[in-house]
Ligand binder design. Structure first.
Ligand code: AMP
Ligand code: MG
Length: 492
């Protein structure tokens, strides 16, 4: 093989208890669906080689370069509130790490590459639909500017996987700044393996939060940093109407990236109680519950870290509580700051949160489309001529009119002119999100007709979410009642 892969694997140098060494299982007829060429270049990999037959062998798990050290990572986690002491990568294999153009170390992982010692009853495989779904949603998230894992490639395996029906199998190559989860800490804490816990914490500090090493309380600083990263991430999800769908502690990244795109979705009409995931019966992971669940998960992280926070248990608990108490303030600050920017308020005044909250309330009562309301509001910020397009999104348009009067009055206190305000708002209020019904159309075409043109087109539109793309304006539209998607499913 001519393909040189500059892997440099730090996680595989940690002790055996951190992972299981396992080779991907080969597949019969790999076929490249898509290679993310820009991301390949960012990773200092050659896109032409990666899309060559040798490259596709690598991306399907059929060939493992000798610089790779394939492992399935061990972790535990709370799933819907229930603690499971051992989960681990059941259908993912970390090939290794590369250092990208910006000097950032990135994991390269195959998802759907065959069973591992952590597969339990699963087959270690992934179906085409969930692979395309993760590709689209994670790349959309990146284009929207949020921290997220990325998709480097998707390949068909030429094999079928058994779900409710037989489906085409696929492998996703996922790139992350790290795959360590809250559940990874829980794995060691549950085993009372303080040595392992400390090694993991030191590894995370070295890789993700190097400034914590300078602190006289490095583990407390680590906890503070993870809490800050998650508070910010979840606030940004809310600004985009994103619902993760399975915020189990094993699906929460220590590096603060959005990870594990399963039944996640962007909502259409605004309603904080929105749930899409078929397995989330009680709405534990509903849109509006995400900050609360974020804190719940971080509390599990703090518990796992207790032995490192202080040798004195009482002191450790006090440290943990102090760190956790900061979450709400950090979240609220990020959330309200983002909302102000969505409304074109670049300065801060008393009453801003109420103004934003009242708009959201009117949107919820009038089933206004979340993304379109803010996008069109950006144009209304330049002048009231554009109000019609916004008010039409409300069942009762008068609800908007009443609010808009207050908004305009508030805008009068801003130092900016209409045009610059409009530009600033358009830069934070996307026109295009991966709407569920569009994602479903793409998946159906691929699974039923082997047609990937809709996937390519949607991906292209989503790569410039803040730009008007007149020939693709229909991608911005909410679903017709007949197109509405009510449920999404896990990738398993
Ligand atoms: P998730 O809810 O997708 O984050 O997965 C939870 C756990 O189930 C993780 O340990 C996964 O590795 C495992 N898992 C999910 N799907 C499969 C599968 N098809 N085969 C084996 N393990 C799986
Ligand atoms: Mg997971």
């Amino acid at each position: 093989m001519t393909l040189h892969f500059p892997f440099d694997n730090t996680y595989a140098r940690l002790p055996d208890s951190f992972y299981a060494r396992v080779e991907p299982t080969s597949v019969t007829a790999p076929r490249l669906i898509r290679l993310n060429r820009d991301l390949a270049l960012q990773l200092r990999l050659d896109p032409d080689l990666l899309s060559s037959p040798d490259g596709v062998e690598l991306l399907s798990g059929n060939w493992v370069p000798d610089t790779a050290e394939p492992i399935a990572m061990a972790y535990a986690g709370h799933q819907f509130g229930q603690f499971v002491p051992q989960l681990g990568d059941g259908r993912a294999i970390l090939l290794g790490e590369v250092v990208d153009r910006d000097g950032v170390r990135r994991d390269i992982q195959l998802k759907g590459s065959g069973p591992t010692p952590f597969s339990r009853r699963g087959d270690g495989r992934a179906a085409l639909g969930p692979v395309l779904r993760e590709y689209l949603l994670s790349e959309a998230m990146a284009a929207l500017g949020l921290p997220t894992t990325r998709a480097l490639a998707a390949v068909l395996t030429g094999e079928t996987v058994v779900r409710e029906t037989l489906l085409p199998g696929a492998v996703l190559t996922r790139v992350a700044s790290g795959h360590i989860r809250v559940g990874t800490f829980q794995f060691f804490a549950a085993r009372q393996d303080v040595k392992g816990l400390r090694l993991l914490a030191d590894y995370v500090i070295g890789r993700h939060y190097p400034q914590a090493a300078e602190s006289d309380r490095p583990y407390r600083e680590l906890l503070d940093q993870v809490i800050a990263a998650q508070a910010d991430l979840i606030a940004r999800w809310l600004h985009l109407g994103f619902i993760h769908g399975v915020m189990n502690t094993d699906n929460m990244s220590i590096a603060g990236e959005t990870i594990d795109y399963g039944p996640c979705a962007f909502m259409d009409a605004y309603d904080p109680a929105t749930v899409f995931s078929s397995i989330d019966q009680n709405g534990r992971y509903a849109y509006g519950n995400q900050p609360r669940i974020g804190l719940w998960n971080l509390t599990r992280l703090a518990e796992a870290l207790l032995p490192l926070l202080s040798q004195d248990e009482e002191k450790a608990v006090a440290e943990a509580n102090e760190a956790l108490e900061a979450f709400s303030g950090k979240f609220e600050a990020a959330y309200h700051e983002g909302l102000r920017r969505k409304l074109g308020l670049l300065t801060e005044r008393e009453g801003d949160s109420t103004l934003a909250g009242d708009l959201l309330k009117a949107m919820a009562e009038n089933q206004a489309d979340f993304t379109l309301t803010f996008r069109r509001l950006s144009d209304a910020a330049a002048g009231p001529e554009a109000d019609t397009a916004v008010r039409n999104l409300f069942i009762n348009p008068l609800a908007y009119d009443a609010w808009a009067t207050r908004w305009r009055e508030r805008l009068g206190h801003e130092p900016h002119d209409g045009a610059s305000r409009q530009a600033a708002m358009r830069a934070v209020n996307p026109a295009y999100i991966p709407r569920n019904h569009r994602v479903e159309i793409v998946i159906q075409a691929a699974v039923e007709r082997d047609d990937f043109a809709p996937f390519e087109e949607l991906l292209m539109v989503l790569s410039k979410p803040y730009e008007d793309q007149p020939s693709f304006a229909h991608y911005a539209a909410p679903p017709e009642p007949s197109e509405r998607v009510y449920q999404t499913f896990c990738g398993t």
